[in-house]
Design a protein around this ligand. Structure first.
Ligand SMILES: Cc1ncc(COP(=O)(O)O)c(C=O)c1O
Length: 353
């Protein structure tokens, strides 16, 4: 859900994409993104486009055709990262895990040391499974072999500790429509000084004009026209980030953790099992297993038509096996936890053995 203050921000008068006021807003976003990502990086921008545009930007700028791109693959968005990297001409090396499990430090290290890639990518918060992938060992091993580390933080930013600097992430990207409580349309992105150094040395042009970070730098820093960014979306993101700042990022994480744990306790009391091990769960996206004999599509349909609650189903290897229930950003509230548990109790009563 979108925060009411963000809806209000969407009504502000529109200025041009080169107006001094537009750059004031972009500067606020730059500063506030540093806070939300927990980084001292100076280069924090919002890419025009949804989360996937952040992913494509992260890939396109930091690898060149023929270079090795390593992916820790334990869900759908890891596969998307691999697909994007392949389309940019890289040689993709994958380490596989079943959907819902995470990589331990040693297996991640062994893979990276063996492959010696130019870039290592992982999904911190895998929305297809509900699992959180810690990144310290991944980033450390990446740096050991002189690779950069990319982290997909689409379902963690604003809801769970992303901790870019502490983890050692070089490039992190996210979206606006999840933990930040904005409409979709921008992809927050942060780039470390180490990654910038690599970019400055790059000789081959980035194979995307729109997502070329050096061109985007000259837009945001030197105010040189690159594309017509949406002032409206920038207002919305600035407001959403201001709300994060006012709430305090640690308080916000704590709110998500509390509501997630209340949800898990409630759903387990109904007799459902969680798909992901307790230590690896996202606080933003919950994946209880569909009980035996229950049709998940029918449950979702009833939630929507009778209770006005939209949840998602599993897909790929988890199709029909899990529900995907988002409690993130403005939607992570005690009331929403109570509402979904009450609705599930009524719909599933009698169905769970
Ligand atoms: C982990 C992850 N990465 C990337 C994306 C792509 O983001 P978008 O759909 O905003 O383009 C999503 C979308 O849900 C996601 O969950």
């Amino acid at each position: 859900m979108v925060a009411p203050r963000v809806y209000q921000a969407l009504h502000q008068p529109i200025v041009g994409h080169l107006d001094p006021y537009f750059f004031e807003v972009a500067e606020d976003i730059r500063r506030l993104l540093g806070y939300a990502f927990s980084t001292a990086n100076e280069f924090n921008i919002a890419i025009s486009g949804t989360g996937t545009s952040g992913m494509e930007t992260a890939v396109a700028n930091f690898v060149e055709p023929g270079e090795k791109f390593a992916v820790l693959a334990n869900g759908y968005f890891c596969d998307r990262l691999a697909d994007v990297a392949r389309r940019h001409g890289t040689v993709v090396a994958r380490l596989e895990k079943p959907w819902g499990e995470v990589f331990d430090d040693q297996e991640a290290r062994d893979f990276i040391r063996r492959e010696k890639p130019r870039v290592v990518a992982y999904v911190q918060a895998e929305t297809s499974t509900g699992a959180f992938q810690p990144g310290h060992a991944i980033c450390e091993a990446a740096h050991e072999v002189d690779a950069l580390a990319i982290a997909d933080c689409v379902t963690s930013l604003g809801g769970m500790p992303v901790l870019v600097d502490e983890t050692g992430i070089d490039i992190a990207y996210s979206c606006t429509q999840k933990g930040l409580g904005c409409p979709p349309g921008l992809a927050p992105l942060t780039v470390s000084p180490r990654a910038w150094e690599r970019l400055r040395k790059r000789t081959a042009p980035v194979d995307s004009f729109y997502m070329d970070l050096r061109l985007l730098e000259s837009y945001f820093r030197d105010r040189k026209y690159h594309h017509t960014a949406s002032a409206t979306m920038f207002y919305a993101l600035r407001e959403a980030l201001a709300i994060v700042r006012e709430e305090g990022i640690e308080n916000r994480w704590e709110r998500h953790r509390r509501n997630h744990e209340a949800f898990v306790a409630g759903v387990e009391a109904l007799g459902l099992r969680m798909h992901v091990a307790a230590a690896d769960r996202l606080w933003t996206l919950n994946t209880p297993c569909v009980p035996d004999g229950v049709n998940d599509a029918q449950v979702r349909q009833r939630l929507l038509s009778e209770y006005g609650i939209e949840i998602a189903g599993g897909f790929g290897p988890l199709a029909g096996k899990v529900f995907r229930i988002g409690l993130m950003g403005y939607s992570s509230t005690e009331e929403n936890v109570a509402k979904i548990l009450d609705a599930l109790r009524k719909i599933l009563s009698g169905a769970i053995k």
